[in-house]
Ligand binder design. Structure first.
Ligand code: GLU
Length: 424
């Protein structure tokens, strides 16, 4: 089962990753101090009327880590594990991710500490709208731009956009649509944003396999998490001939060495709130056997802290492609690296999502409507560029992919601070 192991927090992981990079590049100590802290941590408590007439109080978070390169950017997740510590870690990862991708954004993250399965659709709508209202001017199209993340989707973004825009004067309304990205197509959303993250995961894997002379047709892969990222990454990989042999979610672990049909599994999970449990075209196996399955590629695409010192030694894949944010803790990472396993780090591997968000933001800002083929072409070009930048750094310095990605990301922010100095 997927649960976040709390022995080591995601914040510890991201700080360790950052400190290691700072040491390696001899980062200016003042800039190091700035980047080790988060600029703003917003916590809101707000009441919402439930379907039964009772009022429940919810706690929502938005942590804004850094905006040296542009407005804060990052998702909102609805999950019981959401707290300040998790939001701080995830916000930092967004700062590195947007910097690495060369986008004009900083990093933020937030969400609500709830299990959305316990609420009706109309309750979720009221919770989302009231959360947006509580955040008020802490978000904004040129200030902080949320997007979907774990358990939030285009519908959630449509409610946020509508609520935010409803508080504006008529003339401001049309200029506020890009307060969130990942909206439905009919409401300013971008064609292809739904698949952008999964496509990026797929493309990073494909580019790495190409470099190593490995054909996707001969690759067996396993996926943890069957949400938006897990689904689309699997779909693209299967289309190029790879075989999905196991999927794990919070409810079940499914295995079929002959291959699992991503479409059949999706159809199965749809009426079950996304759960893959009970799918009969695969065998259900114990959860703790998942990481040890014989395969070429492992895609963690669920929550953080999944690959740790407790299970990293089991991993049989030679490539770990991080669809999730922070799925590997520092100890788990060391074990994987010592065993010669390549990790495509989250800030590179899943950056297709925020790159797609950037395109949506530009589309709204410029009053344009982009077509699917145009979007996919631009995504491919941008993701390939970022991959190649990291790949060159890996070769030049003979280091692992995460360290290489961090060096590029942190250096870009360092340059901005050095050029501008610190106010006042
Ligand atoms: N939640 C996604 C991420 O972790 C997307 C963020 C965005 O598009 O702003 O990268």
């Amino acid at each position: 089962m997927i649960e976040t192991k709390n022995k080591q927090s995601m914040f510890d992981t991201v700080i360790k990753q950052f400190d290691q990079t700072a040491d390696l590049i001899g980062l200016n100590p003042n800039i190091r101090k700035i980047l080790r802290i988060t600029n703003n941590e917003i916590i809101v408590h707000f009441p919402v009327k439930m379907d039964n007439g009772e009022v429940e109080i919810f706690t929502g978070y938005r942590v804004q880590h850094n905006n040296a390169l542009g407005p804060y950017k990052g998702g909102l997740r609805y999950h019981p594990t959401v707290d300040v510590d998790a939001a701080k870690a995830l916000a930092m990862w967004m700062t590195w991710k947007t910097s690495l991708a060369g986008l004009p954004y900083g990093g933020a993250k937030g969400g609500i500490k709830i299990d959305p399965r316990n609420y009706s659709l109309s309750e979720l709508e009221r919770i989302t709208r009231r959360f947006t209202y509580a955040l008020g001017e802490n978000i904004g199209p040129e200030h902080d731009i949320p997007a979907p993340d774990v358990n939030t989707n285009a519908q959630t973004m449509a409610w946020i956009a509508d609520t935010y825009m409803s508080t504006k004067s008529t003339s401001e309304r049309s200029q506020s649509q890009h307060v969130v990205t990942g909206k439905p197509i009919g409401s300013g959303g971008l064609e292809g944003r739904d698949r952008a993250t999964g496509y990026g995961v797929f493309l990073n894997i494909k580019l790495l396999c190409n470099q190593r002379g490995r054909n996707l047709r001969n690759q067996k892969f396993i996926v943890q998490g069957f949400g938006n990222v897990g689904y689309w990454a699997s779909k693209f990989l299967i289309e190029e001939g790879a075989t999905l042999i196991a999927v794990q979610d919070a409810h079940a672990t499914l295995f079929n060495p002959q291959g699992i049909s991503v479409e059949d599994l999706f159809e199965h999970s749809k009426p079950r709130n996304g759960s893959i449990a009970g799918f009969t075209a695969a065998e259900e196996i114990p959860a703790d056997e998942f990481f040890g399955l014989d395969c070429d590629i492992l895609i963690p695409a669920a929550l953080g802290n999944q690959i740790t010192e407790e299970n990293a030694f089991q991993v049989r894949a030679s490539i770990v492609a991080e669809g999730a944010n922070g799925p590997t803790n520092a100890e788990g990472e060391q074990i994987l690296l010592d065993r010669g396993i390549t990790i495509i780090p989250d800030i590179l591997c899943n950056s297709g999502g925020v790159i797609g968000s950037y395109f949506e933001w530009l589309q709204n800002r410029n009053g344009e409507l982009w077509q699917m083929d145009e979007v996919m072409e631009k995504l491919e070009k941008k993701i390939t560029q970022v991959f190649m930048n990291v790949s060159r750094e890996v070769e030049k310095r003979e280091i692992d992919w995460r360290t290489a990605a961090y060096i590029i990301a942190v250096t870009r922010i360092e340059t901005a601070y050095t050029q501008r100095g610190i106010f006042p």
